[in-house]
Design a protein around this ligand. Structure first.
Ligand SMILES: [Fe+2]
Ligand SMILES: [Fe+2]
Length: 159
């Protein structure tokens, strides 16, 4: 089925965001594992997997519209040097993602594409969950201090 050109450009831009997030989160997750913060490692790894599903769904949708997904484009990857920096960078990117998905949903509505509205809404809700997670971490760091927070993160099973 032929898709709206403007919407396809936006879907490809969202795909680049997702592919960027996958890489950023995989690196953050592995850095946490290297430091022995296993809980954080698993939490961030799970988010990388969520972003992979988003990328998969966007690719599926673009192909459904008989178009070729752009999978070779990445935005700037922002690797944090410390856990606080990582969570801060990820939180900002997730807030950007929420803005981008809301804008894309508006456009999909304008071109009467309810299927894309539904897909993007499902992804948006997951991004809101990611922001919620990052805000919880930042609140805990503020309240208990980074040392206590990190002590909690080093518990859990090694993968
Ligand atoms: Fe995502
Ligand atoms: Fe996300």
């Amino acid at each position: 089925m032929k898709g709206n050109e403007k919407l396809l450009t936006v879907l490809n831009s969202l795909l680049a965001d997702e592919l960027t997030a996958i890489n950023q989160y995989m690196v953050h997750s592995e850095m946490c594992e290297n430091w022995g913060y296993n809980k954080l490692h698993l939490d961030i790894r799970k988010q990388a997997m969520d972003e992979m599903r988003h990328a998969e769904w966007l690719i599926e949708r673009i192909i459904f519209f008989d178009s070729a997904p752009t999978v070779s484009k990445l935005n700037t990857i922002k690797i944090g040097k410390t856990v606080s920096e990582m969570i801060g960078n990820d939180n900002n990117d997730e807030l950007d993602a929420i803005r981008s998905y809301n804008d894309a949903i508006k456009l999909a509505r304008q071109v009467d594409d309810q299927g894309t509205v539904d897909l993007l809404t499902m992804i948006l809700k997951m991004e809101e969950g990611h922001v919620d997670w990052a805000e919880i971490q930042r609140a805990q760091i503020d309240q208990m201090g980074i040392e206590n927070y990190l002590a909690n993160q080093s518990k859990g099973v090694t993968t």
